[in-house]
Design a protein around this ligand. Structure first.
Ligand SMILES: Nc1ncnc2c1ncn2[C@@H]1O[C@H](COP(=O)(O)OP(=O)(O)OP(=O)(O)O)[C@@H](O)[C@H]1O
Length: 120
């Protein structure tokens, strides 16, 4: 339904989250990676700006994974057989998640570096 009330749109969104948790192994893995990520931050106790940076990055990874799942679902509906353009679409979605994940690793290394250097 177009322009549904806020509560109904929130319902649709929560359905999207439940569907991703049920059907997408990558999304479940990323959700599980959030817990050690937050424990890592709690251990390092960095300034607030680092918390904000890591939280934004975590949210970005999850959001891009959800969009990637949407692209995959549409691609599967459009062309269940092998097609090079579907391969390109799905590979590009996966690459978007990879770029963010590599950035998360780089930020974790920078945080550790800062911790052992004892500087902000
Ligand atoms: N219909 C298709 N045509 C061509 N290549 C495809 C097709 N379906 C899948 N592929 C290839 O297989 C790869 C994995 O596709 P799949 O749909 O299994 O994604 P996935 O493993 O669920 O990805 P993610 O882990 O990001 O959710 C794609 O990146 C693509 O290279």
């Amino acid at each position: 339904m177009k322009n549904a009330p806020l509560w109904r749109r929130a319902l649709y969104a929560s359905r999207g989250l439940r569907s991703a948790l049920r059907n997408e192994a990558s999304f479940r893995t990323e959700i599980m990676a959030v817990v050690p990520g937050l424990l890592f931050l709690a251990w390092l106790q960095p300034p607030l700006i680092w918390w904000a940076l890591v939280l934004v990055l975590m949210a970005l990874i999850l959001a891009v994974e959800l969009l990637n799942s949407a692209v995959e679902a549409l691609a599967d509906l459009l062309e269940p057989e092998f097609h090079p353009l579907i391969a390109r679409a799905k590979d590009s979605g996966a690459a978007a998640v990879l770029v963010l994940s590599l950035t998360a690793v780089a930020i974790a290394v920078m945080l550790l570096w800062r911790h052992f250097q004892g500087a902000g």
